[in-house]
Ligand binder design. Structure first.
Ligand code: SPV
Ligand code: MG
Length: 433
């Protein structure tokens, strides 16, 4: 009996998969290399179903002899272990972001005279089309909430963009860029920033915008998006209040909350010690984390502890001591903040933290240390990078410039080149026509 290898994600089994498996089984005994969450992350294609569920479905198909895990987007390790006579794949990978894996498969098969068999790809039935259609229908609260943890487990680094209203939410949802290697990159989720939500409401970033108003913004964003959200809850308020915030965020479908270890009148961290800011005691803050963890209803919701020691110049030792204490108290992740342009203190923190803890997610907000790329953060051991205020900061100068031009010229003619065309704005929102 010949050996046949088929690599699949098999999240939503459809006629295209069945066709490939049918053709593969005509050639011999089929082993499916089922992509693990990590391997899916390399392809930027995160499945809805977990590995065991996807495996169960495939194992029940008569065309499949065996299902094994494929832990990387590359087939190499599995192929060298199995030495199949055939690898069967849809022919669409000749021209998409899997091209490099195809070339690698051809090279590997040569060593034992195996063959690659490519099946004509049915362009009307494929995962991406089905997923796109599903996304258009929206997302359930539970699926959105659980998605952040999945992304953190799957991807080398999760990229989050600040949103302050539904329109900026649509940018986080739809912005994409095709890189040189053909890979299409997108943002993984959204950040509800206390700074930009307050600023867009014309108020200072001092916890003056209450949770109800903040959640109204979140709900408006959720109406038109499907990506997960991390919510900036400032200090979290009093522990007795924080438990209600946690429940409200979960009920809305927010995936994670970040609370910072400050107390008293909160001021934005980027002021540093230029304004009076007080750090909470480790004991109090751990208590707040515990209260939050006890209040949450789902297993997926995350409470992330933000350490302000470097912002307030309390030193690296204090930052690390707090980080470990907060994780001990139940925090699902830590955020380390810095307002220095030089990333040295962030690198030192991440390296020292990772020496003792190689699993707790680390979050950074590189507003100041903005020369570091997401890939460099990933290599360092950071899991989530938040671009925390850029949508609002980009929008405001444009609006101010146009307002001033109208005043100066007593008409809008001169401002037109700085504005989007009316036709474009009429068609900006998906499904307008
Ligand atoms: C925010 O976006 O509101 C933050 C990040 O908390 S920072 O402004 O850098 O403090
Ligand atoms: Mg904030």
């Amino acid at each position: 009996m010949k050996k046949v290898y088929v690599s699949l994600i098999a999240d939503l089994i459809h006629a295209g998969h069945i066709n490939i498996l049918k053709e593969a089984s005509k050639l011999g005994e089929v082993t499916v290399g089922l992509l693990t969450l990590k391997a899916c992350g390399e392809l930027n294609d995160i499945p809805y179903l977990d590995f065991e569920k996807r495996k169960e479905v495939l194992e029940s198909l008569s065309m499949v002899k065996k299902v094994i895990a494929q832990d990387t987007a590359s087939y190499k390790t599995n192929l060298e272990a199995l030495k199949p006579d055939f690898v069967v794949h849809g022919d669409e990978w000749q021209n998409n972001n899997q091209k490099k894996y195809r070339e690698e498969v051809i090279a590997s098969l040569k060593a034992w005279d195996g063959k690659l068999v490519e099946i004509a790809y049915s362009s009307d039935i494929n995962d991406m089309n089905i997923k796109e259609q599903m996304t258009k229908l929206g997302i359930t609260t539970t699926a959105r909430l659980g998605r952040l943890r999945k992304l953190i487990n799957a991807k080398p680094v999760v990229k989050i963009l600040e949103v302050h209203n539904a329109l900026s939410g649509l940018i986080a949802e739809n912005a994409n860029e095709t890189l040189e290697d053909g890979a299409v990159v997108t943002f993984d989720g959204m950040w509800s920033s206390s700074l930009t939500d307050s600023t867009s409401k014309g108020k200072p970033d001092i916890e003056a915008v209450d949770t109800t108003a903040r959640l109204t913004t979140v709900n408006e964003i959720f109406e038109v998006t499907t990506k997960p959200m991390i919510y900036d809850a400032d200090t979290g308020g009093k522990a007795e209040h924080f438990e209600f915030t946690v429940r409200s965020l979960e009920r809305t479908g927010v995936s994670a909350v970040i609370i910072e270890d400050k107390t008293g009148l909160k001021k934005n961290s980027l002021f540093g010690n230029d304004v009076a800011q007080t750090q909470d005691s480790i004991e109090n803050f751990c208590h707040k984390i515990k209260v939050g963890k006890e209040a949450q209803v789902t297993n997926e919701f995350m409470i992330i502890a933000r350490i302000e020691s470097l912002i307030l110049e309390a030193g690296m030792e204090d930052a690390l001591k707090r980080a470990f204490a907060y994780v001990e108290a139940g925090a699902d992740g830590v955020m380390i903040h810095s307002r220095l342009k030089d990333p040295a203190e962030i690198i030192e923190f991440v390296t020292s933290f990772r020496e003792k803890d190689n699993s707790t997610p680390i979050v950074v907000v590189p507003t100041s240390f903005n020369a570091v790329t997401t890939d460099e953060f990933a290599k360092m051991g950071v899991n989530v990078v938040i671009y925390a205020n850029h949508m609002l900061r980009a929008a405001y100068p444009g609006m101010m410039k146009v307002a001033q031009s109208i005043l100066k010229n007593r008409r809008s003619l001169e401002a037109e080149p700085d504005c989007m065309a009316i036709k474009e704005i009429l068609e900006l929102i998906p499904g307008t026509k």
